[in-house]
Design a protein around this ligand. Structure first.
Ligand SMILES: [Mg+2]
Length: 191
């Protein structure tokens, strides 16, 4: 378990996959019943994480969301952020889902990272080159992670990982300089 990422490994990563519940969110599911008895389920996302996926893409790293649960709220957030690949509720599981995405993007497991929090991520974590865990991931996930964050899911954990990866690649300072000079990400509404 470490908080720094090997620079050579970081530079090999061409696609980062994020679990959703417990990673992009704190794991809360806000379930309600609306007019007509229609069930609604919403999530709370963090703006820091929205910027993080933009920063990864800006650096040429593709971003995937892979969740075992189908969710209109997650699909909407993914669309808002122009996430490259989204797999929600694939009944064949996360290995199949991410494997398909990697094939579509033309990258290998050895060029992929995954940030997870719970047992459903375990098989994927065993295949990617850079398995990573949020601070409040279950012990089984922390144990197999090459990197474990200090931030819990839903509170900027995706941002923390993205920054660690981009720092290890030696790209973080240039990205920050782009903001100092202004004009980058003119189209995004993220803070
Ligand atoms: Mg999860």
């Amino acid at each position: 378990m470490t908080r720094s990422i090997d620079p050579g490994l970081a530079r090999r990563v061409r696609l980062v996959s994020f679990d959703v519940d417990g990673v992009l969110t704190d794991g809360s599911l806000w379930v309600g019943v609306g007019p007509g008895g229609v069930e609604t389920e919403t999530r709370r996302f963090h703006a820091l994480d929205g910027m993080a996926t933009r920063l990864l893409q800006q650096s040429g790293v593709a971003v995937a969301l892979v969740s075992g649960k189908a969710s209109q709220a997650v699909a909407a957030r993914a669309a808002e952020l122009d996430i490259d690949y989204v797999s929600l509720g694939d009944p064949t599981g996360k290995v199949q889902a991410l494997g398909g995405i990697l094939g579509e993007h033309g990258v290998s497991w050895g060029e992929a990272a995954h940030l997870g929090d719970d047992l459903a991520d375990l098989a994927v974590m065993g295949r990617v080159a850079l398995p990573a865990a949020v601070a409040n991931a279950v012990p089984e996930i922390q144990r197999v992670a090459a990197w474990v964050g200090l931030v819990g899911g839903g509170n900027g954990a995706v941002r923390e990982f993205a920054e660690a990866l981009l720092r290890a690649r030696g790209e973080w300072d240039d990205l920050v300089r782009g903001f100092q000079e202004g004009g980058r990400f003119a189209g995004t509404s993220e803070s």
